[in-house]
Design a protein around this ligand. Structure first.
Ligand SMILES: [Zn+2]
Ligand SMILES: [Zn+2]
Length: 302
């Protein structure tokens, strides 16, 4: 029966690249009345999320990461929060002003409109991921850590965990300059969908280890679980949310995999604790001045 099991594992390993291919084919080939509809991207993100979350049932990676009701309710709340509040803030505070600036400064990038579809998709992916890589790296090396630490307090990884974190972090990581480029909507949506597929698989409790033609460029659960592991040095590698190629280029790539994930004493944080986390340094300072320890405030290790 080893043969049947091998075939099953090969199919599972090919799921991330096959999903990327299916998503690209949809945006490239479906009628424009679908691909240019503003709701289409929301439906696509929802479909990808449901698909990968469902895979955790049939192709579990680690028993210790098994989904339960509390995790599911929390993760789902963050997915909805990202799709509504964070998305609204990001549009109105960053993208709209950026587009207004572009119009005011007379910047045009019409050349991008005339590129082949796949080149446009690649442009979207590289521009967004380049920004996210440096934002993520800065979060691990500056005061911005206090916004990102809650994401590292996760004690298990699942399909929707990429959406879980401090609201300030979620807003910061959503920022990008992609609005500066003139691009057709289907190409923009395609790039966003590919990033969703890759980053969802990279957080999911799914037993897929994609082949090198995928894992050389795209982040996998192996890469990202190492980033989430309990070792300090390991968390300062593999910053690429979806494009691990950037870690290879900028010298932060590390081979390996994490099973035990979490921060400090590996205590799971509540939504309130995650939200209030950036205030910890101030609270600790006040407590130190009063000569008392802050309530629930353990030492913060990066
Ligand atoms: Zn991180
Ligand atoms: Zn993560």
């Amino acid at each position: 029966m080893t043969g049947a099991r091998d075939i099953r594992q090969t199919v599972i390993d090919l799921l991330p690249p096959a999903t990327v291919a299916a998503v690209v084919a949809f945006w490239g080939l479906a009628p424009t009345r679908w691909t240019e509809h503003p709701l289409s991207i929301i439906l696509m993100v929802a479909a990808v999320t449901i698909f990968v979350q469902a895979l955790e049932w049939v192709a579990e990676r680690h028993e210790g990461w098994r989904m339960n009701r509390r995790e599911f309710a929390t993760d789902l709340a963050y997915v909805v929060f990202n799709a509504t509040v964070i998305s609204w803030l990001s549009t109105h505070l960053a993208e709209d002003p950026l587009r207004a600036f572009k119009a005011w400064a007379g910047i045009t990038t019409q050349w991008a409109m005339h590129m082949p579809f796949l080149a446009q998709v690649a442009l979207v992916i590289v521009v967004i991921e380049f920004g996210q890589y440096w934002m993520h790296r800065a979060m691990h090396n500056t005061f911005l850590w206090y916004t990102h630490a809650p994401h590292h307090h996760l004690t298990q990884l699942n399909a929707m965990k990429g959406a879980v974190g401090n609201p300030l972090e979620l807003l910061l990581i959503s920022l990008s300059v992609v609005a500066l480029f003139d691009l057709p909507l289907p190409a923009l949506f395609c790039g966003l969908s590919v990033l969703t597929v890759v980053s969802t698989f990279a957080h999911a409790n799914v037993r897929a280890n994609p082949p090198a033609f995928y894992s050389f460029f795209f982040t996998t659960i192996r890469h990202h679980s190492l980033h989430h592991s309990t070792g300090y040095d390991e968390t300062r590698t593999n910053y690429g949310n979806s494009l691990i190629l950037l870690d290879r280029l900028f010298g932060t790539y590390r081979e390996g995999e994490g099973v035990l994930v979490g921060q400090d004493d590996r205590r799971r944080l509540s939504i309130l604790e995650q939200t209030m986390f950036p205030l910890r340094p101030a609270m600790e300072k006040i407590a130190a001045r009063r000569g008392t320890a802050p309530e629930g405030g353990e030492a913060v290790a990066r």
